[in-house]
Design a protein around this ligand. Structure first.
Ligand code: GTP
Ligand code: SPV
Ligand code: MN
Length: 617
């Protein structure tokens, strides 16, 4: 189009004008913003200050433009529904790249692309990509602003939906800008939906592009994302920065950026323990983060539900923070009987994406109530009844809500120095083989358990739901460097810990199924029974039974009171079948081989020891 490019970000934009801050760091930021604007050619530039008034105006504008549906405030005050384009509903692992200088640094689990090559591609697609739109400049902090474990970034985006989401998921605005002005280092992230508007052209509800790129430059600490407006593809502070880029920073600085929930568990005597748990996408992190124990006396306080940054302290312990400020959680399956805490968290001030709309202006999704309402509008905007034969909400439909709204959030959840970890859990969605709970014998066995996690695919990424794949540390799609080196980094971090202060590592599996296809374990609030055993192990109150794959509970040590669990199911939950584990060990060897010389020797030793123990049975 013949529209003149707005390359001068000092030009008054009517609102959100470049703030009049002083400081050595500001020049670099404004120069970069000008450079991105020169490439993408937006009509306007809006510097986000993070104020409530700004957020209100943004949401109102999106409603006026048909990009959000305002929910009935009587049921859901301050809340909105977004319906994505039907093709833009999840993370796109096939379009996600690590553009490290050396291919080896991306490793076999990532899509590598040469930086020079992809820069050329990106320059092409981003040229003029924001024409007719507003370019928002969003300074954000992961972790409390100025905290010792915190990191800062800036996202430039042409998506108002992304801005509203980042505002919930992170700490945005002027306080962060002041840090940048003062010279704090920051990570550059650029996002465009890739849908420029010609003069006078009407916008659509969910602009996006068929061509998509989510590209990470670990050597220069940059993210460039094009074509998608969805979650992990568009809220770049989350998976792109807080995991892929942060894992690289952590490798270089000696800490860990993990796909983990973080909770404080309080036992009946009032003693507190901190637990971090890595489960793959849509495998139960948010649910465990908001656990309401079904056994008396136990309490859980929520600290985080998706990402945890972990740093070894001078005291030989691991200290952990949740770098996020909100939850971007899976809606389906979230209901009174499974996660009442989430239901309560969502009372208002929530952005829902791809859930169903009720005739009374509230939302619904499969599992919110046992029975579906008789009539709904489905996530694509079509009429829906229970007889429609398709889900009303998309299986990866989500809610975006501030963590502070969680009724069981820990009072000190934003503590900048973090909490000391007592327990680390690894889990996945496994219908067979993996027992309900298993304890690692030591740190390197724990790292072995993390490195061998496999899980059935869910709707959180593109592809076939149910297909089994390796997802080490639940980080397969999120590790920004060579996964073999990442295993080595975990081992190295372990060496920095005092042996009596390192967290104990366990593997859990809530998803084992019987031959008839039903879950053997009730899950959800009853997972507290497993946590109870884990805590008593940590405290040295109960013995464990050695098995070839690790330490298992004695059945009598599990608190199963009030649970209607058939004896046969209980046995099946802990069954270790030698043949299938030997077969699994063969697959692990194949998997390990893909890392070549990057695989730490200690993990080969663990595999050999596992086979030895299995063959001795
Ligand atoms: P991401 O946000 O994608 O990282 O997912 P997540 O790991 O936070 O998963 P979440 O807690 O949202 O759970 C995903 C799905 O698993 C939901 O449909 C839950 O209802 C279901 N789920 C969670 N915990 C359990 C459990 O203990 N047992 C069973 N059977 N299902 C569970
Ligand atoms: C996940 O897929 O692990 C999520 C959702 O938490 S997203 O932010 O889209 O990555
Ligand atoms: Mn996640």
């Amino acid at each position: 189009s013949g529209r003149p490019a707005a390359t001068d970000s000092t030009r008054p934009a009517g609102r959100g004008i470049r703030p009049s801050l002083e400081g050595p760091g500001l020049a670099a930021l404004t120069a970069w913003v000008d450079q991105v604007a020169a490439l993408t050619q937006p009509d306007r530039i809006h510097w986000v200050d993070g104020s409530a008034a700004e957020n209100d105006a943004l949401l109102r504008e999106m409603v006026d433009e048909g990009k959000l549906i305002k929910l009935n405030p009587e049921w859901r005050p301050g809340s909105y529904l977004a319906r994505s384009h039907p093709s833009d509903v999840a993370r796109l692992e096939s379009r996600t790249y690590i553009a490290s200088e050396r291919e080896e640094d991306a490793g076999p689990t990532n899509n590598w692309i040469a930086p020079a090559e992809i820069r050329q591609t990106l320059d092409g697609v981003f040229e003029g990509s924001m024409r007719g739109r507003t370019m928002y400049v969003v300074p954000f902090s992961m972790g409390a602003v100025g905290g010792p474990l915190s990191h800062i970034g800036v996202q430039v985006t042409d998506s108002a939906y992304a801005v509203a989401s980042i505002g919930i998921m992170t700490r945005v605005g002027t306080a962060v800008l002041k840090q940048i002005a003062a010279g704090a280092p920051w990570v550059k992230t650029v996002h465009s939906v890739g849908a420029p508007l010609a003069p006078g052209e009407a916008d659509v509800a969910w602009p996006c592009n068929d061509e998509k790129y989510i590209v990470h430059f670990p050597d220069t600490l940059e993210v460039w994302s094009y074509g998608s407006g969805y979650g992990g593809n568009a809220i770049l502070a989350k998976k792109c920065f807080a995991l892929r880029i942060a894992s690289v920073i952590g490798r270089d600085e000696g800490w860990l950026a993990e796909h983990m929930l973080l909770i404080r568990v309080i036992d009946p005597k009032g003693k507190a323990y901190h637990v971090a748990a890595a489960f793959p996408s849509a495998c139960g992190k948010t649910n465990l983060a908001m656990l309401r124990p079904t056994i008396p006396g136990w309490r859980v306080e929520t600290l985080g539900d998706d990402i945890t940054w972990i740093r070894p302290g001078e005291d030989g312990r691991l200290w952990a923070i949740n770098p996020e400020a909100g939850f971007f959680g899976v809606a389906p399956g979230t209901g009174e009987s499974t996660n009442v805490t989430a239901v309560e968290t969502l009372w208002g001030n929530t952005i829902f994406t791809n859930v169903a709309l009720r005739p009374d202006g509230d939302v619904w999704w499969e599992g919110l109530t046992d029975e579906a309402p008789p009539h709904l509008t489905d996530w694509e905007g079509n009429d829906w009844t229970p007889a429609s034969g398709r889900p009303a909400a998309h299986p990866n439909s989500r809610f975006t809500v501030a963590a502070a709204q969680c009724p069981q959030i820990a009072d000190d959840w934003e503590t900048p120095e973090g909490v000391p970890l007592d327990v680390i859990l690894f889990g996945g969605r496994r219908a067979t083989n993996v027992p309900l709970v298993l304890e690692a014998t030591d740190w390197s066995h724990g790292v072995f358990l993390g490195s061998t996690v496999s899980s059935e695919k869910t709707a959180a990424q593109e592809g076939t739901v149910g297909e089994l794949r390796r997802d080490p540390f639940a980080m397969l799609p999120f590790c920004g460097y060579n996964m073999g080196d990442y295993f080595g980094h975990w081992l190295k971090v372990g060496e920095k810990l005092r042996f009596d202060r390192a967290p104990r590592i366990f593997q859990v599996n809530w998803f084992r199924k019987g031959d008839d296809g039903r879950f053997l374990w009730p899950g959800f609030g009853d997972n507290a029974r497993v946590i109870d055993w884990i805590i008593r192990r940590v405290d040295g109150q109960v013995e464990a039974v050695d098995s070839p794959i690790g330490r298992l509970p004695r059945v009598e040590d599990l608190d199963l009171t009030g649970l209607d669990l058939p004896e046969a199911d209980l046995a099946e939950l802990f069954a270790v079948d030698t043949e299938s584990w030997l077969a699994e060990a063969d697959l692990t060897e194949e998997f390990f081989d893909t890392f070549g010389s990057h695989l730490p020797a200690a993990l080969r030793t663990e595999l050999a020891a596992l086979r030895y123990r299995l063959q001795r049975v």
